[in-house]
Design a protein. Structure first.
Length: 203
C-alpha cells in the first residue's frame, strides 16, 4: 500500500505532470460537456508509474441520399353503373327412368274344328247321355300383344341453378395511370464507431 501511495505521490509531485494532468482533465471536461457522446478514459499503471488519459469520441453513422426510380402501379376506382337484369340459369338433368311394358288386346278369329261332345239329353222324364257332333266354327279370342317392351328411358328435365336477379353493373375506371416516381433513399456509407485520442501520457 505504501508503494502505491509513494508512486502516485511521485507522479503528481512532478509539476509538469500536475499541469499536464490538470489541463487534460479541464480539456476533457469541456469536450465532454460540449459533446454528449464523448467520454474520458484514465489508465493508471501504478507499478511502473505511468498514466494515460484518453478521450473517446463517438462518430455517428453517415448517410448518403440517393435517387431511385420506383414503378407505381395504376390506381382504379369503382364507378356505379346501371342495374342490369340477369336471366335465371337452368341446367339439364337426365334421370334414368324404368318404363313398364305397353300391351294391347287384339281380337283374333280362331277356327274350332268338328268336335264330338257328350251332352245330357232330356226325353220326357229321363235324361240320357248322347254324343253330339259340334260342327267346325270360328270363335273370337282376345290375344295380348306387346307394343313396347319394358325398358329404361332417359328423361331430361330443367333444374334451376340461379334465380333471375337485378345486378349492379359497376365499372373500374382508371384514376391514376401507372408511372415511375423518383424517391430519395438514405443509404448508410459510414457505420457509427468510437475514435480514441490520447490526451496526456505521464511517465
Amino acid at each position: 500500500m505504501n508503494a502505491i501511495v509513494n508512486t502516485l505521490g511521485g507522479m503528481f509531485r512532478n509539476t509538469t505532470g500536475r499541469l499536464l494532468l490538470g489541463a487534460a482533465l479541464a480539456g476533457a471536461g469541456t469536450a465532454s460537456t460540449a459533446h454528449a457522446h464523448d467520454d474520458i478514459h484514465l489508465d493508471l499503471d501504478l507499478r511502473h508509474g505511468h498514466a494515460v488519459i484518453e478521450q473517446r469520441h463517438f462518430v455517428p453513422g453517415a448517410f448518403e441520399e440517393r435517387q431511385t426510380r420506383v414503378w407505381v402501379e395504376p390506381v382504379y376506382q369503382t364507378v356505379p353503373g346501371p342495374r342490369v337484369w340477369v336471366e335465371p340459369v337452368y341446367q339439364t338433368v337426365v334421370d334414368h327412368v324404368w318404363r313398364e311394358a305397353v300391351t294391347q288386346d287384339n281380337p283374333v278369329q280362331v277356327l274350332i274344328p268338328d268336335t264330338v261332345e257328350v251332352r245330357d239329353v232330356v226325353h220326357g222324364h229321363h235324361v240320357h247321355r248322347e254324343r253330339v257332333l259340334v260342327p267346325a266354327h270360328y270363335v273370337t279370342q282376345i290375344q295380348q300383344v306387346v307394343v313396347t317392351p319394358a325398358h329404361f328411358e332417359d328423361v331430361a328435365r330443367q333444374e334451376l341453378v340461379s334465380e333471375g336477379q337485378w345486378q349492379s353493373n359497376d365499372q373500374q375506371v382508371l384514376a391514376t395511370p401507372g408511372h415511375f416516381e423518383v424517391r430519395i433513399e438514405r443509404v448508410p456509407v459510414v457505420d457509427p464507431h468510437w475514435v480514441e485520442r490520447p490526451l496526456v501520457r505521464i511517465h
